[in-house]
Design a protein around this ligand. Structure first.
Ligand code: ADP
Ligand code: MG
Length: 255
């Protein structure tokens, strides 16, 4: 059987004395869309950031397509990448879409998109541009190719950021509240792009407060509470029939 696209085992992370992740397990098979819900401060961003090693966990394992990320003890007891070649390779396979877009402001949209495929994947400029055009078309901003990020609306910038992620041909895409920084009228256009990615079978982890959307698009929903998976199940199970009291409370306060 093909290994899961992404697997997290017993992940622990603390900031000083504050335990933020207390043994999180997560498994995404190809084509899974897993929404991660939870109150502010429950550890959702930390979980995504640890998967990509943007934050260093203290314990646990991370496997991408069955390949375990090699970790070693760092200075403060946190785990750091033991093999820089491997982490660069695995990072290229895990895309990250941030709340704040993180486009390079001094580069055109096109240059934002072709930079990493050229530098990391070694694509030729011609190939990288051809691919970028396809992804910009897909997210509906082909006409903004030569614009700079500041000339785009928030919704367009986030769609550009998604195109940039797609250009790296990731196996899994992590979204951390991709619509939270947007004006309300721009939320929809970004959610539609994410839905299209779900429909084409992309494997994604999605942290979002758009519960209606999460319910429609997810194959699985995880409810995180104080750094632990408090509830996991199909959207119907978690939304309509949560077992844990806290998940019930969360659902009823977000109706
Ligand atoms: P969420 O994304 O679910 O809102 P976070 O993962 O951002 O939660 O944060 C979980 C907890 O970790 C919070 O209590 C937050 O204050 C704390 N935290 C997050 N990042 C840091 C950091 N860099 N240093 C110290 N504490 C942090
Ligand atoms: Mg967060």
């Amino acid at each position: 059987m093909t290994p899961p696209a992404l697997e997290v085992r017993n992940l622990h992370k603390r900031y000083g004395d504050l335990e933020v992740l207390k043994g999180v397990d997560l498994l995404a098979r190809d084509g899974d869309v897993i929404s991660i819900l939870g109150s502010s401060g429950s550890g959702k961003s930390t979980l995504l950031r640890c998967i990509d090693l943007l934050e260093n966990p203290h314990r646990g394992q991370i496997l991408v397509a069955g390949e375990e990320l090699k970790l070693k003890a760092g200075r403060d007891g946190a785990l750091v990448a033991a093999d820089s070649k491997q982490i660069n390779r695995l990072r290229a396979r895990v895309g990250f879409v941030f709340q704040s877009f993180n486009l390079w402001p001094h580069m055109s949209i096109l240059d934002n998109i072709i930079e990493a495929p050229r530098r990391v994947l070694g694509q030729s400029k011609v190939d990288a541009i051809a691919a970028a055009e396809v992804f910009l078309e897909k997210v509906g901003i082909a006409d903004k190719m030569h614009a700079f990020p500041a000339q785009l609306s928030g919704g367009q910038q986030q769609r550009a950021a998604i195109a940039r992620t797609l250009a790296m041909q990731p196996q899994v895409i992590l979204f951390d509240e991709p619509t939270s920084a947007l004006d309300p009228e721009m939320v929809h256009e970004v959610l539609m792009v994410i839905r299209a990615l779900a429909d084409e079978g992309r494997t994604m982890l999605l942290v979002t407060h758009e519960l209606g959307f999460a319910r429609q698009v997810s194959s699985q929903v995880v409810f995180l509470h104080q750094g632990q998976v408090e509830e996991i199940g199909t959207p119907d199970q978690v939304f309509d029939d949560p077992k844990s009291e806290r998940c019930k409370q969360f659902m009823s306060s977000h109706k």
